[in-house]
Design a protein around this ligand. Structure first.
Ligand code: ATP
Length: 238
């Protein structure tokens, strides 16, 4: 079998010398949706931020497309094909939807290509086209989340990493946003997502990992995790 697109091995991370990730390993294959699920503070965002190059591990490695990228900074990771949509959306609040989206394609100088990408993301999220001149902070939470995902797609990533999409969204919107993620994946983008809404995430994922206080405690097909009594008890209130 060919090498996984993303391979994280024995990752260890710390903040100011205080360890919070104690040897996390995971793989993402081309074409998959992989979900990392777990409770508040388990280390999901730290793992994502490290893969995205926003912080560097104190041990272990991150390999992407066959290369060790453990020390590659975030701006280079975008050029290499990873796009990270952080928790809390982080849009440029005072800029319009279109300006936010265009900034997602900052590395592309060809205007025609940027216009083409805009049309692609508008076809996924028609509401963004209708509101392209609207100032980002005046949109609803769900619209802002769609804009954040769309901005992440504007760099035409091979791997899209999504951190806690459901945060602050009502359940019907969570479903809508996750359905859009499934469509993005059908269009050929590999997805790694982190979620506290475990059931909803596993319903669109192919495989999943359960993280607990900085360690992976379970992994498997999304279906097996959804059926797992431990997962159901711990994360789905059953
Ligand atoms: P959440 O969904 O609540 O963000 P999480 O699973 O993503 O949870 P992390 O944010 O990765 O968890 O946090 C893992 C641990 O690292 C927690 O104990 C947290 O307090 C700590 N931590 C996170 N960010 C920092 C930081 N900037 N400085 C110090 N400690 C941090």
């Amino acid at each position: 079998m060919s090498e996984p697109m993303l391979q994280v091995q024995d990752l260890r991370c710390a903040y100011d010398g205080v360890p919070v990730i104690f040897g996390v390993s995971l793989e993402v294959n081309r074409g998959e949706i992989v979900a990392i699920v777990g409770a508040n503070g388990a280390g999901k965002s730290t793992t994502m931020r490290t893969i995205a190059g926003l912080m560097h591990p104190v041990g272990g490695s991150v390999r992407f497309l066959g290369e060790d990228v453990s020390r590659v900074p975030a701006n280079q990771m975008i050029r290499r094909g990873i796009s990270y949509v952080p928790e809390g959306r982080r849009l440029f609040a005072k800029l319009s939807v279109r300006e936010n989206l265009e900034l997602g394609a900052f590395a592309e100088k060809d205007r025609a290509s940027v216009a083409e990408r805009l049309e692609e993301v508008f076809s996924l999220f028609p509401v963004l086209k209708a509101r392209s001149a609207q100032i980002a902070e005046t949109m609803s939470g769900g619209e802002q989340q769609m804009c954040a995902i769309a901005r992440g797609l504007m760099s035409r990533p091979q791997l899209l990493m999504l951190d806690e999409l459901s945060l602050g969204l009502m359940p019907s919107l969570v479903e809508k946003v996750l359905e859009a993620v499934a469509e993005i994946n059908r269009r050929g983008v590999t997805v790694l997502l982190v979620e506290q809404m475990v059931q909803e995430a596993l319903e669109i994922a192919h495989r999943g990992y359960v993280i607990q206080t900085g360690r992976m405690v379970q992994s498997g097909s999304a279906k097996d995790l959804l059926d797992s009594e431990e997962v159901r008890k711990a994360y789905m209130g059953m």
